[in-house]
Design a protein around this ligand. Structure first.
Ligand SMILES: [Zn+2]
Length: 265
């Protein structure tokens, strides 16, 4: 009995050492530990139109709307082969787990770029005139990741596909929020972004953190979801300032298969 107790005590001590060691490995940098979008705690989005259904999805705020887009050409065996061949070095399985095994993406929009409007001015304290350009750079950065989606920046918010607006802060520990809508085929058909200028506590986020959050939110716009990998911009708590190879490869894989279920019904 005494031996059992001793073994258990040793195991607990070893676990404690392991936890402390792991904790020390985390980067001490606080700059970009900005509590991005812990989305699963968000309440359902207000409905934009009467025929929408809304859920607080694993990725920010998701709603469903019927569209007239044609259904994608789907070959389940081919979809599963591409996933198996391409999943190494990606977090596609984490995304599919959060989506009930559904892939969400825009139709190819290289020839007809998505129109982005970034609010150019704000009276909110600590707004910096350089911020809108940093948001535009976030969109351009994802374009270079190799997805078949182009963006163009428009000056008329009413004619945009993706408005980006500034908010003072959120009433929860997030710094950005993306609302996006998919249709009956899981084509993404609309999105909007809100970016905070302050932490929930009221302290300013700063330009670097805002730029990182913008990158994270554009990832949501493209159909990506969260990963546990802290080296990636799609980690719920953003700790990096650029896309990781996993971010790029995951986005490429999302756009190498059609939208909708990746498993047998
Ligand atoms: Zn997020």
């Amino acid at each position: 009995m005494k031996r059992l107790v001793a073994v258990l005590a040793l195991a607990v001590a070893a676990m404690a050492v392991f936890i402390v060691t792991q904790a020390r490995r985390l980067p001490p940098r606080a700059v970009l530990t900005v509590a991005a979008t812990v989305d699963t705690t968000l309440p359902p989005a207000p409905l934009a139109t009467g025929d929408s259904a809304s859920t607080a999805g694993a990725a920010d705020l998701v709603s469903v709307r019927t569209s007239s887009l044609p259904p994608p050409r789907r070959d389940l065996a081919e979809i599963q082969r591409r996933l198996t061949d391409g999943e190494s070095g990606t977090y596609i399985r984490e995304i599919l787990l959060q989506r009930g095994d559904n892939n969400a993406r825009w139709p190819d929009r290289q020839l007809e770029p998505l129109r982005v409007w970034v609010q150019p001015q704000s009276d909110i304290a600590d707004f910096d005139r350089s911020l809108p350009e940093r948001v535009r750079q976030a969109f351009d950065r994802w374009t270079r990741a190799g997805v078949p989606v182009a963006f163009t920046f428009v000056v008329d918010s009413a004619r945009s596909d993706i408005p980006v607006v500034w908010v003072d802060k959120f009433d929860m520990a997030i710094s950005g929020r993306t609302r996006w809508t998919h249709d009956q085929h899981w084509w993404i058909v609309g999105a909007s972004i809100e970016l905070a200028l302050h932490h929930q506590s009221g302290s300013p986020l700063g330009g670097d953190a805002v730029a990182a959050i913008a990158l994270h939110e554009v990832g949501h716009v493209l159909g990506l979801d969260h990963t546990m990998d802290e080296r990636s911009i799609m980690c719920a708590r953003v700790r990096v300032s650029d896309l990781s190879p996993a971010d790029e490869h995951t986005a490429q894989l999302v756009y190498s298969i059609p939208p909708g279920s990746v498993v047998n019904p």
